[in-house]
Design a protein around this ligand. Sequence first.
Ligand code: AP5
Ligand code: MG
Length: 191
Amino acid sequence: MFNLVLFGPPGSGKGTQSDHLVARYGLKHLSTGNLLRKEIADQTPLGLEAKRYIDAGQLVPDAVVIGMVGAYFDQNPDAAGFLFDGFPRTVAQAEALDELLSQRQTSIARVLALEVTEEELVKRLLNRGKTSGRTDDTDESVIRKRFSVYTQETSPVADYYQNKGKFQSIPGEGTVEGISEALCQAIDAVR
Ligand code: AP5
Ligand code: MG
């Protein structure tokens, strides 16, 4: 298996870049944000619990997210690899992911982190909020809250992978195609 983490703050382009990468490398896209929004749309108990956190710009509890990722793994036993998008977001999630992967005799090959200024991120998210229907995109105070959660709870995940020599920053501003090319170069170097 070949597994990648696409890392970066809200609005940095993880979802946008994932589409091309999963097609090119034959990976399964595992976006915890998308999985949670599906649970909300289906009005499952998990979705109802998650909605409270998402609407407030806070992280859904680790146990809920880790359980959901484990279930997704079990549903995709033949995957050639996974592209993780928006996960792991805490050090506890990163440790749980390592454990889930080691049970399958595999690991994370690389963590690619999209670097974008906060000013550009706010612009992108407010713009997307006009059409996405995402409740967490329309209110600038919720967007700011997501950034502060990212700084406090998610940025330590970068150190976690840095210490393992797996972390790599990629400039995340410019054209979608240019950023995609930079990601592919980084991936091809470790494949
Ligand atoms: P999640 O769905 O993961 O959202 P996020 O991390 O806040 O990031 P976004 O999806 O908003 O941004 P993105 O990086 O995917 O950028 P995109 O490509 O869309 O999480 C949502 C919530 O769910 C969390 O707040 C939390 O509550 C919960 N959650 C999810 N995972 C969790 C976890 N593991 N643990 C706990 N809770 C969890 O691009 C953004 C916009 O910019 C788009 O409009 C796009 O068209 C545009 N754009 C993209 N690239 C460019 C470019 N190069 N130039 C100009 N515009 C661009
Ligand atoms: Mg996304």
